[in-house]
Design a protein around this ligand. Structure first.
Ligand code: UD1
Ligand code: UDP
Length: 359
């Protein structure tokens, strides 16, 4: 019987592992164990997703917590190596592009344990992003590469990955969305204005520099005069607002919240007039939901959300952000389509590939 370990650690990993666990359970005779690195640890960044997504409690918690890139990555490697040595899994599955992803993949590559990378092949071509380094490294050492979109396959082929290792399975984050959309609800929704913007921001390029974060907050405050703004604040961003001493008037036009649970965030996203974000997952979910998305970044590793979906890059240009909001409010924004294989079945395709691979 195949012995599979899944490694997760940060918020977006939880939405990605859930459908793969479920599909493997129903399609394959295998033993599955879940390892939580502890990269994210606040209840509203971790526990809430285990409850709402119906994830099993982790079999192993590495408890690494926060730290510099080197410290966090190294701590995960040291602690995860022991787990792998003890359990000798047949396959380790890693998710997305966070430090937990590359750390676990590297441990396995050195111990000659096969690795599958779920959400392989995405590239922003911007190596100042820590996630781009994580993606490049993980894909080079993974044995099975599961891509969400054809651009992922093309990137991997260009980087010399063998075509028979690449599997265009679709988007696992959308699997979770499709499953849970009927349950998505927010107790807040009735009290909100008919039109509102939902905001998430956490990229170091937007929030780690005082000048940019100040500009963003000032722009959002201005926007809130014409369009209600709802902003669940990521802990990195909250910490920066505090350390820079940036105080923001929090009133019913500009709602500053703690990070939300998945079901509430999804409900708010579905009803939003638009989203303003730098999140990878939110670019994808808004495309699926056909909600206009303004991405505050110069590039994206998810170009399909622009070419096919509802996403537009506004860079760090606040004038452009305002102009695109006007466009959306005037009803002249693109409507977008749903990319192929973003259909709720990516986890099943992954399970089928693993079934073939083990034979
Ligand atoms: C990480 C990922 C990023 C992903 C994001 C999803 C890396 C390099 N970055 O960024 O790709 O988009 O998660 O949300 O892996 N903190 C808390 N409580 C928590 C977690 C974090 O207070 O539960 C605070 C700490 O001050 C910490 C900071 O947030 O130093 C950053 O956390 P970290 O995991 O290093 O990076 P993220 O910005 O969350
Ligand atoms: N999300 C959530 N609550 C929030 C903000 C985001 O549940 O307050 C969800 C969102 O729906 C998506 C995922 O978190 O499923 C995206 O994670 P994040 O933005 O932290 O990471 P990224 O995708 O940028 O790596």
């Amino acid at each position: 019987m195949l012995n599979i370990l899944h490694v997760v650690g940060a918020r977006p990993n939880f939405m990605k592992v859930a459908p793969v666990l479920a599909a493997l359970d129903s399609r394959l005779m295998c033993s599955q164990r879940l390892v939580h690195t502890g990269q994210h640890y606040d209840a509203n960044m971790s526990d809430v997703f285990f409850q709402q997504l119906g994830l099993p409690q982790p079999d192993v918690s590495l408890g690494v917590g926060s730290g510099s890139h080197a410290v966090q990555t190294a701590q995960i490697m040291i602690r995860f190596e022991e787990v792998v040595e003890e359990q000798r899994p047949d396959l380790v599955l890693v998710y997305g592009d966070v430090n937990s992803t590359v750390a676990a993949a590297l441990v396995c590559a050195k111990l000659l344990i096969p690795v599958g990378h779920v959400e392989a092949g995405l590239r922003s071509f911007d190596r100042t992003m820590p996630e781009e380094i994580n993606r490049l490294m993980t894909d080079q050492i993974a044995d099975l590469l599961f891509t969400p979109s054809p651009d992922g396959d093309a990137n991997l082929l260009r980087e010399g990955i063998a075509s028979d290792a690449i599997h265009h399975v679709g988007n696992v984050m959308i699997d979770t969305l499709v499953r849970l959309l009927p349950q998505a609800q927010s107790p807040r929704i009735d009290a909100l204005a008919a039109r509102y913007a939902l905001v998430t921001l956490h990229r170091p390029s937007n929030v780690d520099g005082e000048a940019m974060l100040q500009r963003l907050m000032a722009t959002l405050q201005e926007v809130s005069r014409e369009l209600q703004v709802i902003f669940p604040i990521h802990p990195r961003t909250r910490a920066r607002l505090q350390s820079f001493g940036l105080t923001v008037a929090d009133d019913d036009r500009f709602l500053l919240l703690d990070p939300l649970g998945y079901l509430e965030f999804l409900a708010l996203q579905r009803q939003a007039t638009l989203v303003i974000t730098d999140s990878g997952g939110v670019q994808e979910e808004s495309t699926y939901l056909r909600v206009p998305c303004l991405t505050v970044r110069e590039n994206t590793e998810r170009p399909i959300t622009i070419d096919v979906g509802t996403n537009v890059l506004v860079g760090q240009d606040m004038e452009r952000l305002r102009a695109e909001i006007d466009h959306i409010l005037a009803g002249t924004f693109k409507t977008g389509m749903i990319p192929q294989r973003w259909d709720g079945k990516a986890g099943e395709r992954i399970a089928d590939v693993i079934k073939m691979w083990q034979q």
